[in-house]
Design a protein around this ligand. Structure first.
Ligand SMILES: Cc1cc2nc3c(=O)[nH]c(=O)nc-3n(C[C@H](O)[C@H](O)[C@H](O)COP(=O)(O)OP(=O)(O)OC[C@H]3O[C@@H](n4cnc5c(N)ncnc54)[C@H](O)[C@@H]3O)c2cc1C
Length: 343
């Protein structure tokens, strides 16, 4: 158990948790980040490290992996405590108001305030509902694309019809020998221009779904697809199989804290305050009117939540940190650059 009491504990080390940790340093808070997995970057690291983001302000394009690297470097500016494999589930409050956060592996963390940047919770890809499919996961069955080279000159079969499936079909079309899409509906839910691009590049089976896998060892060799409605089944050969059936999040024990929820997210007001004083939320986890579900939106919500946490601890505090251009941790009184110190 870590007996130190932190000013703020950020639960979730995704992009918004990381930027919030940096901003927390700008506000001179003793900061801890608790991440349930063994890596930082949240959904970006898990689902699209090699994809290109184009809607981060001021950055024309950047891969997910590079954005996460920059976010980590920035988050480390004030040396917050970052702990991995901390799946937070329990919450209790001491009589002096300190929160006691407990983790699934028996850890206990003490903090004056909490910022929830947990996204949709512990997220997992929705897996193929076919008996024995898991044995191919160490071979050529993928729920995320983490190494493009693996698909070079291969016959790739993609199952799914959402944004992720459409994006991967287009991205992999440039290097793969062929792309086959299997989707249980006629219509795709990706952006119109992306879908048109995909239709040019891929062989489509709609409305079809995967009904069986045949392979040797941990490698699939053939995939049976069944037509929805008629039940007609055909076998397709594939070297690599990518399944994009969406992701499922689970807030686990956090749902028992008494937080007000809306549309399966944590309801906050414009100050990112939840209904529990001292607990704030930002990023994909938070919902409020006119929510902008983009990383760029979360980059504003994190600092708003943090400033609210400061005001919760100290009602007379300044409403926000100094601008970084003038911030006393970055520039001395003569305007010269200096190294920020750990909190
Ligand atoms: C395929 C795909 C493409 C996308 N493309 C774009 C894009 O181009 N531009 C854009 O702006 N957005 C894009 N997004 C959305 C973007 O990734 C999310 O908005 C962003 O990741 C939200 O960040 P977050 O930090 O709020 O949550 P997440 O990234 O979900 O991170 C949450 C973190 O919290 C951790 N966590 C959860 N529960 C607990 C717990 N109980 N205890 C401890 N840790 C916990 C998780 O392990 C995770 O690391 C895309 C999403 C997907 C899936």
């Amino acid at each position: 158990m870590d007996h130190k009491i932190y000013d703020v504990t950020i639960i979730g080390g995704g992009p918004i948790g990381l930027f919030t940790a940096f901003y927390s340093g700008m506000r001179k808070l003793k900061t801890k980040v608790l991440e349930s997995s063994g890596q930082l970057g949240g959904k970006i690291t898990m689902f699209y490290p090699e994809k290109t983001l184009r809607d981060i302000g001021g950055i024309r394009k950047i891969t997910g992996g590079d954005l996460v690297k920059e976010l980590i470097r920035q988050a480390e500016t004030f040396s917050p405590t970052i702990l991995f494999h901390q799946h937070v589930s329990g919450l209790q409050r001491r009589p002096d108001g300190i929160f006691m956060l407990s983790t699934e592996n028996g850890g206990l963390h003490l903090t004056k305030t909490v910022i929830l940047t947990v996204g949709a919770g512990i997220f997992k890809p929705i897996k193929l509902d076919i008996p024995g499919a898991e044995r191919y996961e160490s071979g050529n069955l993928h729920y995320a694309v983490d190494d493009l080279n693996r698909f070079r000159n291969k016959r790739v079969l993609i199952s799914g019809g959402g944004n992720a499936a459409v994006d991967w079909a287009n991205e992999l079309a440039e290097i793969a020998e062929s792309i086959t899409i299997v989707h249980r509906r006629e219509a795709f839910s990706g952006h119109e221009s992306d879908v048109s691009e995909m239709v040019k590049n891929a062989r489509l089976y709609t409305p079809y779904c995967i009904s069986a896998l045949h392979g040797t060892g941990n490698r699939i060799e053939r995939v049976a697809v069944k037509q929805v409605g008629t039940g007609e089944e055909i076998w397709l050969e594939a070297d690599e199989v990518v399944v994009n059936h969406g992701i499922q999040g689970d807030y686990g024990g956090i749902l028992n804290w008494g937080l007000k929820m809306k549309d399966e997210r944590i309801e906050v007001n414009g100050a990112m305050e939840t209904n529990i004083p001292g607990i704030f939320a930002a990023g994909d986890a938070a919902i409020y009117p006119h929510k902008l579900k983009l990383i760029a939106g979360g980059f504003a919500e994190g600092p708003v939540a943090l400033n609210s946490a400061v005001r919760y601890m100290c009602p007379d505090a300044e409403p926000m940190a100094m601008y970084s251009t003038h911030h006393e941790d970055f520039v001395d009184e003569n305007g010269r650059e200096k190294e920020p110190q750990a909190r």
